[in-house]
Structure formats: structure tokens, C-alpha cells
Design a protein around this ligand. Structure first.
Ligand code: FES
Length: 164
């Protein structure tokens, strides 16, 4: 099974596991229960790592391959936790033609992670997004609620240095 590398160790608590088991016990005999179970599991853990998917598989009898397939097909499911600082680079058309691809590559290079991943210290996560409605500032990235525009790759180290 092709599985994305895990950059953050899983650290679920017994309380989270008990909450997940309760959800599964309530839903597992309902038709079409997998999606709601996965959604609630993500609410409990904040994301859906393979460890949580394995618990769902063990409790429901649904093959892990199927759960993994669903988790990678729907963008609402995150296989990695989000960082304390969530970086999102706009790859919408206006930003892309102004070079947001190079901004994204620079972030990958500096952080050592790629799309959908989180740094091992939990500080930064990196995602791409569609147009955020700030095309006049293209290329644009967001870090949490902060918008950065008219970026060049050389701006990125200085911006990251502000987030410690
Ligand atoms: S395309 Fe990036 S803000 Fe619109």
C-alpha cells in the first residue's frame, strides 16, 4: 500500500480511543457508516493517521485498504496533523502565472515537507489552495490568517523566521 511518510509521531490518548470506539459502536451497523465514522474520527483526533484508520478497520471489519482509499480520495480528510502555523500557498490561476509554484517549491525546500505534510516539530504544515480572492496581490500565501502577497522565493526565509 502506498502510504505517505509520517513526519509526526502519532500520539493518541486513551480518551480519544474510547471516544472513537463509542462512535463506532453507535454507527457500525448503519448502512453507509464509514464516512460518518471517519469524519467523527477526524474530529476526535484532528486528522486521520494510519493508526486511527487501523482502529476503525479493527472495530468495523472494513478492510484498511478501503478506508485508506477513502481517506486519500476525499480532500476533507487529512492524513497528517496541521502545524501550529498552517501555510497555504495559492495555486489559483492568477497566482500560478505569477510564480506561486516557485514559492511552493521554496517552502518545500526550506521546510523539508511537501503538500499535506507537517514538520516533525509540529510547527509548520504546508498545503496548496485555490484562489483566496486576493489575486491583485498574486502570488499569495497565507500563514494562519495572515496574507502575504507579491512574493518572491527570496522573501520566504525572512517570513518563516517570524514564526518561532
Ligand atoms: S488566484 Fe491566488 S488569490 Fe486569486
Amino acid at each position: 500500500m502506498a502510504c505517505k511518510k509520517e513526519t509526526v509521531p502519532f500520539s493518541g490518548t486513551p480518551e480519544q480511543e474510547a471516544a472513537l470506539k463509542k462512535v463506532i459502536a453507535e454507527l457500525k451497523d448503519t448502512k453507509g457508516a464509514l464516512m460518518p465514522i471517519m469524519q467523527q474520527a477526524q474530529d476526535i483526533y484532528g486528522y486521520l493517521p494510519i493508526e486511527v484508520q487501523t482502529m476503525i478497520s479493527d472495530e468495523t471489519g472494513i478492510p484498511l485498504e478501503k478506508i485508506y482509499g477513502v481517506s486519500t480520495f476525499y480532500s476533507q480528510f487529512a492524513l497528517q496533523p496541521k502545524g501550529k502555523y498552517q501555510i497555504s500557498v495559492c495555486l489559483g490561476t492568477a497566482c500560478y502565472v505569477k510564480g506561486s509554484g516557485a514559492i511552493f517549491s521554496k517552502l518545500e525546500e526550506l521546510l523539508g515537507i511537501t503538500n499535506g505534510e507537517c514538520t516533525p516539530d509540529g510547527r509548520f504544515s504546508l498545503d496548496s489552495c485555490r484562489c483566496v480572492g486576493a489575486c491583485g496581490l498574486a502570488p499569495v500565501m497565507m500563514i494562519n490568517d495572515e496574507v502575504y502577497g507579491r512574493l518572491t522565493p527570496d522573501d520566504i526565509p525572512g517570513i518563516l523566521a517570524k514564526y518561532n
